[in-house]
Design a protein around this ligand. Structure first.
Ligand code: TYM
Length: 326
């Protein structure tokens, strides 16, 4: 008997333009995994409603995210790529899951507390965000969820909710997923050394135009070590970012130059700028091609929605049956 292929699932919020934290934290693994199993990737537009309250802007972000992901190498012949809101079954499952989800589980979520502390409106949707995320994952019977470290707790909450459902309605009703986190890129730092995040305004976007990219990289926070002295390598955002985009030998050369002294931060930032531009240049070309063919994007999302919905309907029917609906 052959076993079913591993089911991989992940999503990205269209709440702004993609940044290199998204790319190295999640997309790079997701792109590799599309060759290793049955991959489902989606644009989490229902989730973005917790922070974007402008319909035109949201549609714009959705489109750009779709183009960006395709430009980075998402292959629609190898995975199912769709818009979350094309599959309304997610929201119905979220409601069912919410009825077994303990309040305390959601009250402990760092992401909610962090967002409220940064001034995002503490709506019910923001509080219930992890329940919708659990529905996204569980509705596809996902085995593996590639994410950055900031989403680990949400996948753990998903497991806890699945356990509650299985206890209440029958073992094996929902499959327990595992987060897949790549340690080296689990938290990509931003321009100020904190985690790179849209809401910290410290991002380098994937498809930033050169003048803006230059301005941002030149503004990376550094300490005041004089040019001639050795520079600390620990906690350097320049080095951490350079490691992601440079060849290993070039990265080692920068570490050596940091430790030797005699070179200022401005020079290191120039090397980082060059390596970042070079790294993303092929994606930029692909992006231009895809942008010139808007029908292609519509078609990919329409086909993805059809395939995803067929799976989501089946799981939802199983759950409705188990809980006594319909
Ligand atoms: P979002 O849109 O905030 O982020 C998308 C992915 O990028 C990762 N990430 C990072 N990784 C490393 N370093 C960083 N600085 C960094 N910033 C972002 C995130 O960990 C994430 O993997 N809740 C999700 C969207 C979602 C989802 C899902 C994901 C909705 N439903 C179901 C997986 C499964 C989110 O906000 O991602």
């Amino acid at each position: 008997m052959t076993s079913a292929p591993m089911r991989i699932l992940s999503g990205l919020q269209p709440s702004g333009r993609l940044h290199i934290g998204n790319y190295f934290g999640m997309m790079e693994s997701a792109l590799k995994l599309q060759h290793e199993g049955d991959a489902y990737y989606f644009i989490a537009d229902y989730h973005s409603l917790t922070s974007v309250h402008d319909g035109r802007l949201l549609r714009d972000h959705v489109r750009n995210l779709a183009i960006d992901f395709l430009a980075c190498g998402l292959d629609p012949s190898r995975c199912v790529f769709f818009r979350q809101s094309d599959i309304p079954e997610h929201t119905e499952l979220a409601w069912i899951l919410s009825t077994v989800t303990p309040m305390g589980l959601l009250e402990r979520c760092h992401s909610y507390k962090d967002k409220v502390a940064r001034g995002i409106h503490a709506s019910h949707g923001l509080f219930a965000y992890p329940v919708l995320m659990a529905a996204d994952i569980l509705i596809y019977d996902s085995d593996i969820v590639p994410v950055g470290r900031d989403q680990k707790q949400h996948v753990e909450v998903t497991r806890d909710i699945a356990i509650k459902m299985n206890e209440a309605f029958g073992e094996g009703l929902l499959k327990l997923p595992q987060p897949r986190i790549r340690e080296e890129t689990a938290v990509v730092p931003g321009l100020d050394g904190q985690k790179m995040s849209k809401s910290y305004d410290n991002t380098i976007q994937l498809f930033e135009e050169l003048p803006a990219l230059k301005k941002k990289i030149m503004s990376i926070k550094t300490d005041s070590t004089p040019v001639e002295e050795p520079k600390p390598v620990e906690d350097s955002s320049i080095l951490a970012l350079y490691k992601l985009v440079a060849a290993p030998a070039d990265y080692q050369a920068m570490v050596d130059d940091f430790q030797r002294g005699g070179i200022g931060y401005g020079e290191f930032k120039k090397r980082l700028l060059q390596a970042t531009t070079d790294y993303f240049a092929p994606f930029r070309e692909k992006r231009a091609e895809i942008t010139a063919n808007p029908k292609f994007v519509d078609q990919v999302l329409a086909e993805g929605a059809e395939k995803a919905r067929a799976v989501a309907r089946k799981t939802l029917a199983r759950v409705r049956d188990a809980v006594g609906l319909g």
